[in-house]
Design a protein around this ligand. Sequence first.
Ligand SMILES: Nc1ncnc2c1ncn2[C@@H]1O[C@H](COP(=O)(O)OP(=O)(O)O)[C@@H](O)[C@H]1O
Ligand SMILES: [Mg+2]
Length: 363
Amino acid sequence: MRQGPLSMPEDLRHCAALLDALPDPALLVGQARRILMANPSANELFGAQVTGQSVMSYLRQPEATAALEKGFAVLDGAPPPATPVEARMIQAAPTRETVLRVSVAPVAASIGLPLLLITLRDISHLEQAEQQRRDFVANVSHELRSPLTVLAGFIETLKGPARNDPEATASFLDIMEREAQRMTRLVSDLLSLSRVESEERVRPRGQVSLSEVLRATLAALRPQIEEAGVVVDFADLPEAPAIPGDRDQLVQVFHNLVENALKYGGSGGRVQIALQRLDAVPGMAGPVLRVEVRDFGDGIDPIHIPRLTERFYRVDGHRSRSMGGTGLGLAIVKHIVNRHRGRFTIRSTRGEGSTFSVTLPLA
Ligand SMILES: Nc1ncnc2c1ncn2[C@@H]1O[C@H](COP(=O)(O)OP(=O)(O)O)[C@@H](O)[C@H]1O
Ligand SMILES: [Mg+2]
């Protein structure tokens, strides 16, 4: 039982039981702004010694203080506000910052004592999701704006100064075509990302041969392989059994991984692709198939690796854009692998190259 003032009325003991049942941190504050009670979550947040202290010393930020003042005004006889009194407060902790929504509510006078119930809800994840949504919209707008600016500029030029210059016209049209293709790629990657995100919980229903998927992917990439002058070595496993999967999505996965190996790791001159069967891997039940795509290029600095699967994250934005990249490929890969209940890992050593590995359950 909590240590409260000795004169705690019987009713307040019932309040204590209710307070303890609340999942969010909650404080009961009485006259003289003292904390009469704190539930275990509030003790976790503010420490064990809050009872008896002034609530003002725990809720010190201006917005929270203003909300408390409104609550105290009600205790002093002001009419209760029409809407709940709420405030946003940031609680700094050693490991992370928590954003709290503080709500201040006067307790019905029938309890016989003027009391305020203060609850604090952790809204950090809500704010974070909201921030991600804003960043995403800003990124998409930014990615679309640069090709649009180029197109608009060349349209002006073609209508004006270059009107009667067939040579300039031809070269401008080439540039305009490239920029239009860039926008098309971006929009189609955005659509595929939104499709795979919305299907992530729907199990794929097809039966897919990874060996066939890899051969088809390499055949489709033949022109890029030749252009990059890279030797691609494929250690196939033709007898590998089919896995439950979505063939088109798996083609998308390996297309992007091999294309990345050529674009960003092609300086190593070779790319190795290997399909293996493993009977057991940590963290996955039952036998699996694993595909590794390895390049011998510059490698990736460890600080970037955990972020590569974020939407629009690139190590070198300029380089990616100049190679026609959208920055969405690995985000799409991650979602497709998740949908297949698989694992996606990236290993890399600076100066030696990178290995992108996809592990998929056999059943
Ligand atoms: N094999 C690789 N070697 C080095 N960096 C890579 C490799 N694959 C991907 N990256 C880095 O990861 C970023 C994200 O890849 P991805 O999501 O496919 O986007 P994009 O290919 O459109 O740039 C790339 O811009 C690149 O910086
Ligand atoms: Mg890519």
